[in-house]
Design a protein around this ligand. Structure first.
Ligand SMILES: [Ca+2]
Ligand SMILES: [Ca+2]
Ligand SMILES: [Ca+2]
Ligand SMILES: [Ca+2]
Length: 272
């Protein structure tokens, strides 16, 4: 690995401060909380699978966690180190078997794979096993060789001055790049669309989760309907501004939209 790839900017200082707070507060027990995985084991279906195309470009396999299509709910955390929401999933795993149908092949010996930030929403950040903070374009962390398997820490920071309480989905865009002898081309940028602080639950039409389906729930439906194949974009602060709340309540067929098919199912359960 090339030392020059380590970002030596203000992030290094931020990282040091976090590590210091960590070690001063609880020591190794907390370190253990932040560092999960890294050992070879069965391929994680909930992880991003990293591989390459036959033409030698790094890529994310569509057979694993698809950043653009999958929600990743983070769990609430209330200190002493992190406030807001955090989780070690999704992680990054290597492809363990060639998948020619998806042009997603295993990495070869000599690969040295890095994850680099292209863009990250305010109040969102990633911490790696070395307590490096990734939140700005160009920040990068080493994922490993051809057998990489890493679970970094995602964190939505509720104390960040830019934290927006009306936001419920955060985005992060990365590229993968190779600094090893394999010399793979960098991946296309890929975006985690669904890092969310809202638990994914099936509310079966009960939008306000009060055990009934009544006028309050009816009122929320039009705010959530966006049509087939379209992720809801609710924009009524008196009801919700959160797509995940809409999908929890009204996406009966679990295809990330609220359309006429969902409406028909809503009418059925509301009529019971
Ligand atoms: Ca209700
Ligand atoms: Ca009610
Ligand atoms: Ca649909
Ligand atoms: Ca649907």
């Amino acid at each position: 690995m090339m030392g020059s790839a380590l970002p030596m900017n203000s992030n290094a200082e931020k990282t040091r401060m976090i590590a210091k707070r960590l070690l001063l507060s609880r020591g190794p027990a907390l370190v253990g909380l932040l560092v999960v995985g890294g050992v070879a084991r069965a391929q994680h279906g909930g992880d991003v699978w990293v591989g390459r195309s036959a033409a030698g470009q790094l890529k994310v396999s569509p057979a694993g966690f698809v950043p653009e299509d999958n929600y990743a709910p983070l769990a609430e955390v209330n200190g002493p180190l992190l406030w807001g929401w955090s989780d070690n999933d999704p992680g990054f795993d290597h492809i363990t078997a060639d998948d020619p149908g998806n042009d997603a092949l295993q990495l070869q010996a000599g690969a040295e794979i890095w994850l680099e930030v292209v863009a990250m929403d305010p109040a969102l950040r990633m911490l790696d096993a070395g307590f490096q903070l990734l939140d700005s374009p160009g920040d990068a962390t080493f994922l490993g060789d051809q057998g990489l398997h890493v679970h970094n820490t995602w964190h939505i920071d509720s104390l960040d001055v830019d934290y927006d309480p009306e936001q419920c989905v955060w985005e992060a865009t990365f590229i993968l790049r190779d600094e090893g002898g394999t010399g793979y081309a960098a991946s296309e940028p890929f975006t985690f669309h669904g890092l969310t602080n809202i638990p994914l639950i099936d509310l079966d039409g009960d939008f306000d989760d009060d055990g009934d389906i009544d006028a309050d729930d009816h009122a929320a439906l039009p705010v959530c309907v966006a049509g087939p194949g379209v992720i809801p974009a609710p924009d009524d602060p008196s009801v919700t501004t959160c797509e995940v709340e809409c999908l929890n309540a009204f996406d009966f067929d679990d295809d990330r939209d609220v359309d006429l098919r969902d409406f028909a199912e809503y009418q059925r359960v509301a009529g019971q």
